[in-house]
Ligand binder design. Structure first.
Ligand code: ZN
Ligand code: ZN
Length: 282
């Protein structure tokens, strides 16, 4: 290995109701975030983060993805590979040098820069095309999002504990969706603008504890861009990193294996060579 490389009844108790709906939303979202790590970070040009996981887990994570509607896996993975390869250039879909708003949500409101399309076409995506689940989701994406992102979060509270359809639609449906989207987008915006760069001060991605908390482990962004093949996206294990804990649990259960991790020696060498002196490595 070289260096380049997501019960109780309402019954007039708003507190219980609120926490129930929020907990369910948070748990579902946690799984979705884990999914982001599993599915979207498969980058053959940078080595696979995790080279094998069980088909059952793969399908479950795909269902979780549909809860949060962030484009299908094929399109997300293509954009993410371009993001890593051409970070902070016009070919980066959410180029943070164009400001916080563009990197956060603006890039989704305008047409893609021609460089994004051109460079995206040149990427190797054969692994995605060969994956039957990825292509099935791409073919049925709109229907799966309608069912899993909006109908299921609305109908489950209504059916199982008597929530009104309106509240079920607006809270676990729309509010959850908006909160989770913004928490994820902070990885593209805040974690590319504010924070320390202990591993590589020559790149923009930063270590941002607030984003690590909100995106349950994806805020160690200077580390992630420096060592994109590391499944943990951090050298600090489970600290602010539920996704890493989940992946470790899946490995323990035998549902995933061959997770790539950067050695301590390599991390320390990189810190010495290109870090900004703010490292907390022990
Ligand atoms: Zn990434
Ligand atoms: Zn990034």
């Amino acid at each position: 290995m070289t260096e380049t490389e997501t019960r109780s009844h309402r019954a007039g108790n708003d507190k219980v109701w609120f926490s129930d709906n929020c907990m369910i939303s948070v748990k579902l979202s946690n799984l979705s975030d884990v999914h982001l790590l599993f599915c979207y970070h498969m980058m053959p040009d940078l080595n696979l983060m995790i080279s094998h996981f069980h088909a059952y887990l793969w399908v479950i994570l795909f269902l979780c993805l549909c809860l949060r509607e962030q484009n299908d896996v094929y399109e997300w993975a293509r954009d993410h590979r371009v993001h890593h390869k051409y970070s902070e250039t016009d070919a980066d879909p959410h180029n943070a040098t164009r400001g916080f708003f563009f990197a956060h949500i603006g890039w989704l409101l305008v047409r893609k820069h021609p460089d994004v399309i051109e460079k995206g076409k040149k990427l190797e995506l054969a692994d995605l095309r060969a994956d039957k689940v990825v292509m099935f989701q791409r073919r049925h994406y709109k229907l799966s999002v309608l069912i899993l992102c909006f109908l299921v979060p609305t109908l489950v509270p209504w059916y199982f504990w008597g929530e009104s359809l309106a509240v079920a639609y607006f809270v676990p449906g729309l509010l959850r969706y908006a909160v989770v989207l913004n928490a994820t987008w902070l990885v593209n915006s805040a974690a590319h603008i504010w924070g320390n760069r202990p591993y590589d001060k020559t790149i923009n991605p930063r270590e941002n504890p607030m984003v690590a908390f909100s995106a349950i482990g994806e805020g160690f962004h200077n580390y992630h861009h420096t060592f994109p093949f590391d499944y943990a996206t951090s050298e600090f294990g489970w600290k602010f990193n539920i996704t890493t804990a989940f992946i470790d649990l899946m490995c323990f259960l035998g549902l995933a294996k061959d997770c790539k991790k950067v050695s301590k020696e390599l991390i320390m060498a990189r810190i010495q060579r290109t870090g900004d002196g703010s490292d907390k490595s022990g």
